[in-house]
Write a protein that binds this ligand. Sequence first.
Ligand code: NDP
Length: 309
Amino acid sequence: MRLLWYKPRVPARIIDGKAVAQQVEREVLEVLAALPYRPGLVAVRVGNDPASEIYVRSKARKAQEIGLRGTELIFDAAMREADLLQEIDRLNHDDDVDGILVQLPLPRQIDPRKMIDAIDPAKDVDGFHPINVGRLHLGRATLVPCTPAGVMRLIDSTGIPIDGKRAVVVGRSDIVGKPMASLLLQRNATVTICHSRTYDLPSVTREADILVAAIGKPMTIGPEMVKRGAIVIDVGMNRVGREFADRLAHDEEKSRLLAKNGNALIGDVDYSRVREVAEWITPVPGGVGPMTIAMLMKNTVTAAQWRRR
Ligand code: NDP
């Protein structure tokens, strides 16, 4: 008689975004210490979008904390497009400014594409300018969008080589999905991009050794969509309320948060269930989020070095 040995599955290991972000910050500090100047970052916000307020403030604060000159520029929600263009032009010509970012979304009267196009590509620390996007897709040195650059660092932190792996990116936005796919391709992954029109999404995601979810819809990726042993990166950040209590009932920690605060921050991945299938997984919060700001600091220092050289 053959004895079947049942080995219980160990839940996925957690990729600690805070720890990896701190490592990136230490690297930035080392570079900064050797520079004879302090690079300057200007974060521009127009209007009073509460999420933008938090993002811009935390970016400027982090910049100051690690020794950059971080400035917040805040304008009235009624600002005219031409006036913002003029401000960007002024920052482009200010030699003390190494990095400019314009926080999105912008008020209706301002076309975000015009603003992105107006930023000097050498100061475009978000990596959204068409010249930088083109350079990224051509595999040339450039300022890489912060969130996907951060995701690459998280994947590398697992020690698992990307070369030759099947990677699936769910989401095709210009700021996350597309650059993410480009970066994975550069590292010799075989890459598939999915979106809202993808037919039979689970059959595609189940092929992924590396699965990146950048959808913006809570708990879209369930365990039945994940290959055993996969690396799962959850970019999504969704604030949900008590209407999610039933769907989160199996997740003790999130249920507790929901009951206590009336809301909880969750990702695009059903974290507690997918953890039973994947090998590595990022939590929300504490995964991709901290990496975005850390990579922005890195980009600012890189932009300063390249421009001043
Ligand atoms: P977008 O809304 O710009 O893009 C979402 C993408 O997901 C689109 O390509 C859309 O497809 C696709 N999509 C939507 N629904 C489905 C579905 N049911 N199945 C498959 N694909 C779907 O979002 P972003 O890329 O800007 O952001 C994605 C998430 O990441 C958000 O939660 C955002 O908050 C978060 N984020 C987090 C950051 C961080 O620092 N942690 C930074 C940036 C973003 P289609 O193109 O067909 O519409």
